[in-house]
Design a protein around this ligand. Structure first.
Ligand SMILES: Nc1nc2c(c(=O)[nH]1)N[C@H]1C(S)=C(S)[C@@H](COP(=O)(O)OP(=O)(O)OC[C@H]3O[C@@H](n4cnc5c(=O)[nH]c(N)nc54)[C@H](O)[C@@H]3O)O[C@H]1N2
Ligand SMILES: Nc1nc2c(c(=O)[nH]1)N[C@H]1C(S)=C(S)[C@@H](COP(=O)(O)OP(=O)(O)OC[C@H]3O[C@@H](n4cnc5c(=O)[nH]c(N)nc54)[C@H](O)[C@@H]3O)O[C@H]1N2
Ligand code: SF4
Ligand SMILES: [Mo]
Length: 683
């Protein structure tokens, strides 16, 4: 049976599941889907281990112990749905905005994410969730510069001559792009990795530029400086297809390589040589490309950093080639009919003039602890969580945990497993996995759409997310026709106008029809139709119209209380906090790790294998130190995102991260964090 990988990964692989006697025995990559090429990552190759995991939640559960204790009793669907509906009705009768959905990308499927769920919360008039936790800053950076989440087609990276892999550990998080980069390398391309961490990807590139976290905009401006002073510019492209070049040129001239080297903690030659490589490609008419990823935008200036980097291809006219330009996300390549999927017209009449209030998922810690007020609106009294594990993944977990532990908060969690978040639920509802339900997928790393057909029947009493919200709507007594639509039909609704559904049924995937080189002749999706170096839209908000380097909120001070910067990038064998409970994958990762440089370890008397205490004003967290050449001195890496209860001391790295938000998009700043590390006396 053909399906689609549901995970929050740019690759959106086409899956081929082998079923015998109703049991899925193997999940493999579809060899007929060019992007997947018959290969899956190690994580999803173990999909049957996850699906048939002995700890799968297979029945509705009601809490019997204190919040957080994970003590539940099995109840019937009928009683769970009736009780939940009653609680929601009671709260909604006073103010439905006291109810908050909390969801992210546990599945990226259009149907099992925000289709029936969105209809349900629209009809209710619940608070809206600002889904910022991953990509908000970068997404806004792209929107203000290129006009949307669009860019190069991933397959053409194979033809690039120079590839900058910027803020991305592609081998770990974007394996199928890495295949194209490898092909380019075999054809003679140069690969440069720009990342504070010497990642597995950095190991395999020709060059690694290990800049300080949060200094990417400075590097991009420094490259522009060199392009200007050496006249490695495509003047015709700048004239015809760009807005604000004179202003950006002036800004770039403030960033000579010496200043950049100082800010980024790299050498002047690294700046000069990289600029030369980029500039010479332009002059010689050879394609140069950037694969950015979201790693570089989880800092205060993340939006500006993405803006600055997204400007670079235009300076040299790299967009003229199909193998030139930049790709951060391709999710804006298709415009789905969101109104048909989510039905905002269902909102109660009281919201005719003003939509329900919005709560930012990245500040859930503070917001669950906030009392009602005129400014904030009602206190959050009910929380319905699906496709997310906020207790583990949201910043400043001390506060998130305190919020979830509120005895007066009514919490429902739709899950596969007893995650850290499910432990705090009043009701846990068993959700189907990708092998058990229908869905349709777009991708943020390629430009195909995929269909996921159920390969097996739902296990136990599990129901799909869409099914659960359909049932809840019925329990609420709503009889609108849209709450009858089944999952297969929702797939059609979601795909309508984007691709031919019959092709999806037949092949499992269908390509969007798009130009090979999106901006070869300009045609950017911005209001001006140009690559907007200068953004009127930003200036109108009182913000800088040009990209600039905005230093991190938290800068390590040598000799100060917190002399180390900490980033917490993904571990290769987990996907955010998903798979941490799959034993074969957890065994590969071993224990929660802190990578620390030899110098920083030596000055603290730390050796590999020691348990260390990492702390700052927000909390402390213990894990195992690995003295590693992957860490530059002054920066430590707390690899993510472990389940708190599977860590050494019942917490994880987000105990230390902050709820400060990015310059654009109100995103989280996970990698803008200072800490101190010491050898721990207790484990
Ligand atoms: N195996 C695996 N794959 C994943 C994920 C996972 O958890 N595990 N997560 C998925 C998700 S949710 C997403 S959003 C995507 C993309 O998720 P990303 O987080 O972008 O994923 P990576 O590419 O692994 O990591 C980003 C890289 O950015 C680096 N970095 C950190 N700070 C900076 C900085 O200031 N500047 C620069 N230049 N680099 C920095 C980190 O060291 C890391 O190597 O990947 C997805 N794929
Ligand atoms: N310190 C630090 N924190 C981070 C990051 C980081 O790099 N460092 N990365 C951030 C990023 S980029 C992201 S995207 C977020 C990710 O945060 P989340 O989107 O919360 O991702 P996961 O931790 O993978 O949790 C997804 C949950 O959804 C469940 N799930 C999967 N499919 C279904 C389904 O069909 N139905 C239901 N009901 N549940 C399902 C899974 O079992 C899993 O528990 O974390 C962020 N947190
Ligand atoms: S997680 Fe990514 S690489 Fe792995 S199977 Fe899914 S889409 Fe493919
Ligand atoms: Mo993400």
């Amino acid at each position: 049976m053909l399906g689609a990988c549901p995970h929050d990964c740019p690759d959106t692989c086409s899956l081929q599941t082998t079923v015998r006697n109703g049991i899925a025995i193997k999940v493999q990559g579809n060899p007929h889907h060019p992007q997947t090429n018959g290969v899956l990552c190690a994580k999803v190759s173990r999909y049957t281990e996850r699906t048939y995991h002995p700890e799968r939640i297979l029945h509705p559960l009601k809490r019997v112990g204190p919040k957080g204790s994970g003590q539940f009793e099995q109840v019937s669907w009928g009683s769970a749905l009736a009780d939940i509906a009653q609680c929601l009705k009671t709260i909604a009768a006073v103010d439905p905005q006291a109810i908050l959905p909390y969801s992210y990308a546990g599945t990226m499927g259009q149907v099992q994410s925000e289709s029936m769920a969105a209809r349900f919360f629209n009809k209710l008039g619940a608070s809206r969730l600002e889904r910022t936790i991953c990509a908000a800053a970068g997404g806004e950076g792209l929107r203000y510069t290129l006009g949307g989440k669009v860019g190069m087609r991933v397959e053409f990276f194979a033809e690039s001559r120079l590839i900058l892999i910027w803020g991305s550990n592609s081998i770990g998080s974007n394996l199928h792009f890495w295949r194209y980069a490898q092909e380019a390398k075999r054809r003679g391309a140069t690969l440069v990795c720009i990342d504070p961490r010497r990642s597995e990807t950095a190991d395999k590139c020709h060059q690694h530029i290990a800049l300080r976290p949060g200094t990417d905009a400075a590097l991009a401006l420094g490259l522009m400086h060199e392009l200007v002073v050496n006249d490695w510019l495509d003047h015709a492209y700048l004239r015809d297809h760009c807005l604000g070049w004179d202003a950006l040129r002036e800004r770039a001239l403030q960033w000579p390589p010496e200043r950049v080297a100082e800010v980024c903690g790299i050498s002047v030659d690294e700046v000069r040589n990289l600029a030369r490589a980029w500039g010479e490609c332009g002059k010689q008419g050879e394609p140069a490309a950037i694969r950015m990823n979201y790693g570089l935008q989880r800092v205060r200036g993340g939006g500006n950093a993405v803006r600055a980097i997204a400007c670079l291809p235009a300076l040299t006219g790299a967009w003229r080639h199909r193998a030139g330009g930049v790709l951060l996300s391709s999710s804006g390549s298709v415009a789905l009919d969101r109104a048909a999927i989510e039905r905002p017209d269902l909102l109660p009449a009281q919201f005719a003039k003003q939509a329900p209030r919005t709560i930012n998922m990245s500040t859930i810690g503070d917001d669950l602890l906030r009392p009602g007020s005129a400014e904030f609106g009602p206190q959050v009294q009910a929380l319905i969580v699906y496709n997310s594990n906020p207790v583990a993944v949201a910043p400043e977990s001390g506060k998130v945990v305190a919020g979830f532990a509120r005895p007066d908060l009514f919490t429902v969690v739709l899950e596969h497993f007893h995650t850290d978040t499910a432990d705090y639920a009043d009701y846990v509802l068993p959700a189907t996995t990708q092998l058990e339900h229908w869905d349709v997928h777009t991708s943020y790393g390629h430009t195909d759409m995929l269909l996921n057909r159920p390969a097996i029947a739902p296990l136990g009493e599990a129901r799909s997310n869409a099914g659960i919200f359909r049932d809840l709507a019925q329990a609420m007594g709503w009889d609108d026709a849209c709450f009858q639509e089944d999952d297969a039909s929702l797939c059609r609704t979601a795909a309508k106008g984007a691709v031919d559904f019959d092709a999806l049924l037949q092949h499992g995937f269908a390509s969007l029809s798009l130009p090979e080189a999106p901006f070869a002749e300009g045609g950017f999706l911005t209001p001006s139709g140009k690559c907007e170096f200068y953004s009127e839209r930003l200036a109108a908000q009182g913000l800088d119209g040009l990209p600039d380097h905005i230093p991190n909120y938290e800068l390590p001070q040598a000799g100060g209380a917190y002399p180390l910067a900490m980033i917490s990038p993904p571990a290769r064998n987990f996907l955010n906090s998903t798979f941490v409970n799959v034993k074969s994958l957890r065994d590969i990762e071993g224990q929660p790790l802190l990578e620390i440089s030899a110098a920083d370890a030596a000055s603290r008397g730390i050796t590999s294998g020691d348990v260390v205490r990492i702390f700052n004003d927000r909390g402390e967290y213990r894990c195992v130190a690995e003295v590693s050449p992957r860490a530059r001195t002054g920066v430590v890496h707390g690899l993510g995102i472990w389940w708190r209860k599977l860590g050494l001391d019942g917490s994880n790295v987000n105990q230390l991260t902050s709820q400060s938000l990015t310059d654009l998009g109100r995103g989280p700043t996970f990698y803008d964090c200072v800490v101190q590390v010491e050898k721990s006396l207790s484990a």
